[in-house]
Design a protein. Structure first.
Length: 335
């Protein structure tokens, strides 16, 4: 069994911990938190060993009645792989700790690409992460775009990608985020950071991205236009995308018109926390005009990178190839 430590137990970390715990070949070595908040208490309720991420605050856990198993250094030493799910910028600071213990590490998309040996998407470049010491799972939006573009590239070839990303202002729990009543170009400059991030997966891809931030919390929305190298029929492209294990093509008969009912659908399916690990692509939006392909897809920013983190663990350790890992992860999560 692979022992996986989770450094950071917030929005992403707690989901990764649950996903690791569900795998047949992995176990959670423990999770690290900076303070004894409700997430720390829930980690203990779920049976995970808890470690203090900051030594100077370690006594706060005991004072709050929350048992710890040691410091984050101990967790790193006891883990085969560490998933760093700390806030943006902290992962880069933690790299020295992982190197000190010779423990391979996985970082999140909020870190700069140079924090790792390779940026990772299981559908697109799994093999490049095999045996690496430091792997960065790309951001939620880049993950969603990579999953979409990989099969299009393979089936038809891609000449040019143009995407507008309508991004949520904050996650449901991020009460300090915004905007509250505004629509912001974010950034005003073009391209947004998402295009260059996609290029860490597809170095030769010609892609332009524009970003907007809106007063919503549920999901991101992508408006995608891809100029292909051949002229496929829209129904044919829709079938290709529906055949991807992490793209959910939404049938018109479901009556799902936006991200609100989409999240309700996830809850009705019994998904933990209402999570949607897949790209959610409206089937009726798939359109082709000559060599141009168009679609709308929604990305659940809290969860779509979760299965990618699990696959990255196996890529680093060489336990499985891409096809077997993705199938194992999907089966354990119920995708």
């Amino acid at each position: 069994m692979l022992r996986v430590g989770i450094n950071g137990y917030g929005t992403i970390g707690k989901r990764v911990a649950d996903a690791v715990d569900a795998q047949p070949d992995m176990e959670v070595a423990g999770v690290a938190k900076t303070r004894p908040n409700f997430e720390a208490k829930q980690a203990r309720e779920r049976g995970f060993d808890l470690y203090a991420a900051i030594e100077d605050r370690a006594d706060q856990f005991g004072e709050a009645g929350v048992e710890t198993a040691g410091l984050v250094d101990d967790l790193v030493a006891e883990s085969d792989v560490v998933v760093d799910a700390t806030p943006s910028g902290i992962g880069a600071q933690n790299r020295a700790l992982y190197e000190e213990h010779d423990t391979p590490a996985i970082y999140q998309g909020g870190e700069d690409a140079d924090v790792a040996d390779v940026s990772f998407n299981a559908r697109s470049n799994y093999a490049e992460a095999e045996g690496a010491d430091h792997v960065r799972v790309v951001s939620c939006n880049t993950t969603g775009l990579s999953r979409l573009l990989a099969p299009l590239q393979e089936e038809y070839g891609v000449e040019k990608v143009r995407t507008t990303l309508v991004r949520r202002g904050g996650d449901p729990g991020q009460t300090g985020r915004g905007p509250i009543n505004d629509i912001l170009p974010d950034p005003i400059s073009i391209p947004s950071h998402h295009g260059p991030d996609v290029n860490t997966i597809f170095p030769d891809l010609d892609i332009d991205t524009l970003g907007l931030k809106v007063p919503a919390t549920l999901m991101h929305m992508h408006s995608v236009n891809v100029t292909l190298e051949s002229e496929p029929d829209a129904d044919e492209v829709r079938d290709v995308l529906a055949g991807q294990s992490r793209i959910m093509v939404l049938d018109k008969d479901l009556g799902i018109k936006g991200t609100g009912p989409l999240k309700e659908y996830a809850k009705d399916m019994g998904r933990p926390r209402g999570d949607l690990w897949e790209n959610c692509l409206w089937g009726e939006s798939v359109t082709t005009v000559g060599r141009d392909f168009y679609c709308f897809q929604a990305i659940h920013q809290e969860s779509d990178v979760v299965p990618e983190n699990v696959d990255a663990v196996r890529a680093i350790t060489g336990e499985m190839d891409a096809e077997e890992s993705v199938a194992t992860t999907n089966d354990a999560l119920g995708l």
